[in-house]
Design a binder for this molecule. Structure first.
Ligand code: MOS
Length: 757
């Protein structure tokens, strides 16, 4: 890190690019098909790889008949555990918490349905597909265990990346005794599969012991040494290219078996190999969101203020790894509560291993918490918004720290006003539309951490006035190509159109993980700092040059904008970057940077983005079909670099919330353990017709502490809050609360029968 100076805060100002609703700079390339995704690469002499997946979920492969596959025209080889060499790193080791245990034909064990058991290599994709179909396996099969009542229980050591599974604060038992009323909710959330539009893929080419890998990846800086470890080569022998990702959602942040098999096959065959997953293969080896069984309880005093908050979550993982969604940590910083007790337990399913999926922990946890809040409001006889304001957290209840900034009140107001919340009847089943559909309004609070990763970046300014900025960052559709470009240009004090910009491959400075909603703050902060480092050096030259109008001005008193350096207190005094460099006879200046979060701030403040989501649903009174007809959210996430793309992220998150509330569910057959709905016909996600009206408002929030630029994330925020808002709206329409997500017609019908009885 010594080579990447941090830029002091007094240099921090943003230029004219940030804050603009710039259109995606990669948009034309994407819609015209010239943006190259991993599987679009077709090197000469390419072999196609398709893996055969296990048809059982637990047991052993006792024999593999590959004769028919090998005899198929075009098939050149079939990799099996019998002929596949060991990797240099045991794939069941986890050298870092970002490593998953992967299945790469190292033995005959089967740990989940769809696990790769053989890889067919062929001259054409069609031959490889047919070859994989012709592989015949026999198994020694054991009954699969999928579901909380069937899986093996265990006590987890950590949840998420490395969060403790239990937390408590305050006099929980004492406060509970003091309580005059309580509200509790028990709900389950299902397995959810990431299902990015672009399936996981790899194109690998070896040249001696150097490998070039085209692979969508959210964390190039982690993937490069990770691949090197598996293949026993130094990290500098791995070139990873990931200029575009067709969605990531967390499942492209870690290395998985199929892609490592593609790289291994290329080394074995001494030819380039492409391996791209088919949609059904996305339901196993490349992560999913844990299922949860949650219980949330709020205890209140006679003034309807919270005394105690309890959240327990039983969370699924695989039989062989230990990632657990941290659902029960979602509420510890949310509402004012003097005492808290949260804990996780684990259940092992015979599925692939879960991992981070958009708003991990918070999405699942808040989906249940927001229902409990509304049940509590109902017991208090209060409007849900009034009730949330009564229990508004002025400080983080988990640790007493002030928030670095929290404009949640403003979010509540902006979204409620726009939605028309004040006209909401308190009781359920009060509203019908002109067609007689039951109509309900519900709300939820959005919250997400504002983490910060140590990303690095480089910027270069040349004598001819041209400039370049770069970091290894990842655009998975969220807009990094544009937002990071804007920040890089502002760091250099130039227009975005006047600089070259590059992200998405491993030869660039480590832009860290595009995840945790931290990429704009982290990689953007680094790019901005790198540009500032250039300006600092340039000012050094100008202010010491007697021939410069800036002579003697002092480094800290000059600014750069539009390719010109000028006095901060007298913008008329200045000169162009090129004049300075040409007079000094300097070819180029290189700046390095990483974004900065003040260490003391980290210890002093609780850092979160916030928001409020209001939902309207219409429910058929007889058939109980649910439609979300309106969603209005307002969000505060510090400085917004690009309002157009921030809104796009937030509305995308809200749509994800619709899917969570009403559609998404990975269903496995209890007997075989196989996924039953491993395609888009069976695994439902929202389409356009599922969300007629969608509005995301951005609330101004200045956060002086979160990092030098005051930037927080918006990627995951919009999911949280939305799920509960929809469930609460369904209750408001029908008077029914279901015990699980997604909210289904059959559960509402049962609820209706119970209401009538
Ligand atoms: Mo994410 S689940 O931070 O890509």
């Amino acid at each position: 890190m010594a080579d990447t100076p941090m830029v002091a805060a007094h240099h921090v100002r943003l230029g004219s690019n940030s804050g603009q609703p710039m259109t995606r700079r990669d948009g034309i390339a994407k819609v015209t098909g010239t943006a190259t995704y991993a599987a679009d690469n077709h090197p000469q002499n390419l072999l196609h790889a398709v893996f055969a997946g296990a048809s059982i979920a637990r047991g052993r492969v006792t024999s593999l008949d590959i004769k028919a596959a090998l005899a198929h025209p075009g098939v050149v080889h079939v990799m099996t555990p019998d002929n596949t060499p060991a990797l240099s790193q045991d794939p069941d080791q986890k050298p870092t918490p970002f490593t998953a245990r992967i299945d790469v034909l190292q033995n005959d064990k089967v740990r989940y349905a769809g696990q790769p058991i053989a890889v067919v290599l062929a001259e054409t994709l069609e031959a490889a597909v047919e070859g994989a179909r012709l592989v015949k396996a026999t198994y020694d099969s054991v009954q699969a265990r999928i579901g909380f009542d069937d899986g093996e229980a265990f006590a987890p050591e950590a949840v998420g990346i490395s969060t403790p599974p239990k937390f408590s604060t305050g006099d929980f038992e004492g406060n509970r005794k003091k309580a005059t009323q309580s509200a509790s909710v028990e709900m389950e959330t299902p397995l959810q599969y990431h299902n990015a539009m672009e399936t996981h893929a790899v194109v690998a080419q070896w040249d001696g012991d150097h490998v070039t890998v085209d692979m969508p990846n959210q964390a190039i800086g982690l993937a490069k040494p990770g691949i090197a470890n598996y293949f026993g080569i130094p990290p500098e022998n791995v070139t990873l290219r990931s200029p575009y990702l067709g969605g990531g959602f967390g499942s492209k942040a870690v290395l998985f078996g199929p892609q490592m098999l593609g790289i291994l096959a290329a080394r074995e065959m001494k030819r380039p190999v492409k391996l791209a997953l088919k949609r059904d293969q996305m339901f196993g080896p490349v992560q999913h969101r844990s299922a949860t069984r949650q219980s949330v309880r709020y205890d209140m005093d006679s003034d309807n203020k919270f005394l105690a908050f309890e959240h327990t979550a039983n969370v699924s993982t695989s039989s062989f790894d230990n990632w657990l969604d941290g659902a029960a940590n979602a509420g510890v910083s949310l509402y004012a509560t003097p005492s808290i007790s949260v804990s996780h337990s684990g259940t092992r399913f015979d599925t692939g291993t879960p991992g981070a999926m958009r708003a991990p922990g918070i999405a699942t946890g808040s989906a249940v918490i927001e229902c409990a809040i509304d049940v509590a409001a109902e017991k208090a006889g209060m409007d849900p918004l009034e009730f949330r304001l009564l229990n508004y957290a002025e400080k983080d209840p988990s640790n007493g720290k002030p928030y670095s900034a929290k404009a949640l009140r403003e979010c509540y107001k902006a979204a409620a006003d726009s939605f028309g919340w004040k006209d909401r009847p308190l009781k359920p089943r009060q509203m019908r539309d002109e067609n007689g559909l039951l109509t309900g309004w519900g709300m939820g609070t959005s919250i997400f951490h504002a983490p910060f990763f140590p990303a690095k970046a480089r910027a270069v300014l040349r004598k001819d006035g041209s400039a370049r900025a770069e970091t290894s960052g990842a655009d998975m559709g969220q807009g990094a190509w544009t937002v990071l470009w804007q920040m890089a240009a502002d760091g250099l004090g130039m227009a975005a159109d006047d600089i070259e910009f590059d992200i998405g491959h491993s030869e660039l400075p480590d832009g860290s993980v595009a995840g945790g909603s931290a990429h704009t703050a982290s990689a953007g902060g680094a790019l901005f700092a790198a540009g500032n480092d250039v300006i600092r050096q340039l000012a050094e030259i100008a202010t010491q040059d007697k021939d410069s109008p800036l002579f003697g001005a002092g480094n800290e008193r000059v600014l750069g904008e539009n390719g010109r350096l000028f006095k901060a207190d007298d913008p008329n005094v200045g000169e162009s970057y090129t004049d300075i460099l040409q007079r000094a006879g300097i070819e180029e200046i290189e700046g390095k940077g990483r974004g900065n979060r003040d260490k003391a701030s980290t210890e002093t403040y609780a850092m979160f983005s916030h928001g409020a989501v209001f939902a309207e649903v219409k429910v058929d009174p007889d058939l109980f079909q649910v439609r979300v007809t309106r969603l209005v959210g307002a969000f505060a996430a510090g400085r917004i670099i690009n309002p157009k793309l921030a809104k796009s992220q937030l509305t995308g998150g809200m749509i994800w919330g619709v899917g969570f509330a009403l559609h998404e569910e990975g269903i496995h057959d209890k007997r075989s353990g196989r996924p039953l709905n491993n395609d888009f016909a069976g695994y439902h996600i929202p389409v356009l017709a599922d969300v007629p009206h969608l509005e995301a408002l951005l609330v101004d929030e200045e956060d002086p502490h979160v990092n030098d630029l005051g930037v927080k994330g918006v990627g995951e925020l919009g999911i949280t809050g939305t799920v509960g808002a929809i469930a609460n709206a369904v209750w408001h329409a029908t008077g029914i609360r279901t015990a699980r997500y997604p909210i289904k017609i059959e559960d509402l019908l049962k609820g209706a029968q119970a209401l009538e009885a």
